[in-house]
Design a protein around this ligand. Structure first.
Ligand code: ATP
Ligand code: MG
Length: 352
């Protein structure tokens, strides 16, 4: 007998393949996603989380989310950036079912977070921003208990693996109150991973943790992604997002102001600076250089040319030629690329 979906099989395969290669690398998670898409036509969507027209007004009357629309792709690392009070934790809370939305819909892996709360929540692991866990329980018990909350059968092997990966195995019999702050944070991560979620939210996981733990944490995030887990993180350490994320979302005052592939964002909004230390100070910029975005500083000793990384590539050589013609000599030359942090600060400032 011919399979029911044979007619569309070829088309789907092609679509899947076009999603497979990112940065020249085959994405295993996407491959898996495509297979399961085929087996379950209901879940054919590429997004694992779909947020539509979401608003949240707290009882105080404060509107923390304003018509948020956001699609999180299966298997990606998505960094949600925004200043304090932007609405990041509120958004995460709504997706995880701890905060009721005022209007709009959210689905997680095809399950509506309100109508199919249990099924949606079972797909999600949450590492909350605030430390809150039972201080008198042991590490082992609290992590096992978390798994049980999702109705998953006991699996000591999985819990042991999680505790070992987070360097908590030696502390498994300690009560939570006997752990350091960083270790408590690891326990929160172990709890979030206890029920083998497909989606992991990390709400400022590295706030206040030491360099070692931060490095371990990012290693863990990368290896989770390798197994197909989708990761959504918030951080105020923007260089972390720059290193880790596939895509970046920026939220400000309850509104999503940008969602973009990280590489495309940095290319599109990234600026470069050419900094020249001049041999002789200049009192003013020559009129003939009016078309370039130039600034003099350090009492005329430093000339800075700001240009668009992609668009103005050839203009740098042109400027250097013109300077030579004008007899302006320099003893040192440096270039600087704007970081994601510069881009982020400019974006938020422009919207304020
Ligand atoms: N229970 C609440 N009642 C009223 N207002 C609230 C409540 N919880 C949060 N808010 C407000 O909603 C806004 C968004 O808060 P939220 O915690 O989502 O911000 P955030 O982006 O996570 O900030 P941060 O980076 O500081 O963690 C803030 O102005 C906050 O004061
Ligand atoms: Mg927050």
């Amino acid at each position: 007998m011919r399979p029911l979906h044979e007619g569309t099989r070829r088309e789907r395969t092609v679509k899947c393949e076009s999603r497979l290669v990112r940065g020249g690398r085959i994405e295993k998670s996407h491959e898996l996603a495509c297979k399961s898409d085929y087996e379950k036509p209901r879940n054919r969507v590429q997004s694992i989380i779909s947020v539509k027209n979401l608003t949240k007004t707290y009882a105080s009357g404060f509107q923390a989310l304003k018509n948020v629309n956001l699609e999180i792709r299966r298997g990606e690392i998505f960094a949600l950036l925004g200043p304090n009070g932007a609405g990041k934790t509120t958004l995460i809370g709504v997706v995880c079912g701890t905060i009721n939305p005022t209007s709009g819909t959210v689905s997680a892996d095809g399950h509506d977070i309100i109508k199919e709360y249990r099924a949606a929540r079972a797909k999600i692991g949450l590492v909350p921003q605030e430390l809150s866990t039972d201080m008198f329980e042991t590490v082992w018990d609290t992590v096992c208990f978390s798994r049980g909350l999702f109705g998953k059968p006991r699996n000591d092997q999985h819990i042991e693996k999680v505790l070992r990966e987070l360097s908590l195995w030696d502390k498994r019999s300690n009560k939570i109150m006997q752990l350091s702050g960083g270790m408590k944070r690891r326990v929160l991560i172990a709890k979030a991973l206890s029920h083998e979620p497909q989606i992991l939210f990390l709400d400022e996981p590295t706030a206040g943790v030491d360099v070692d733990l931060r490095r371990d944490m990012w290693q863990m995030v990368r290896s989770l992604r390798e197994t197909g887990v989708t990761i959504i993180l918030t951080t105020h350490y923007i260089e972390e997002a720059e290193q880790m994320a596939d895509r970046i979302g920026v939220i400000n005052k309850g509104e999503i102001i940008l969602v973009e592939e990280k590489a495309a964002l940095m290319e599109k909004l990234g600026k470069k600076e050419l900094i020249l230390q001049l041999q002789e100070p200049l009192s003013a910029l020559p009129d003939s250089l009016g078309e370039y975005e130039l600034a003099l500083s350090d009492e005329g000793r430093r000339l800075t040319y700001t240009f668009h990384a992609e668009r103005d590539r050839s203009k740098m050589a042109e400027l250097l030629r013109k300077l030579a013609e004008l007899g302006i000599e320099f003893k040192d030359l440096q270039t600087r690329e704007s970081s994601l942090e510069d881009i982020f600060v400019n974006l938020v400032r422009a919207k304020s």
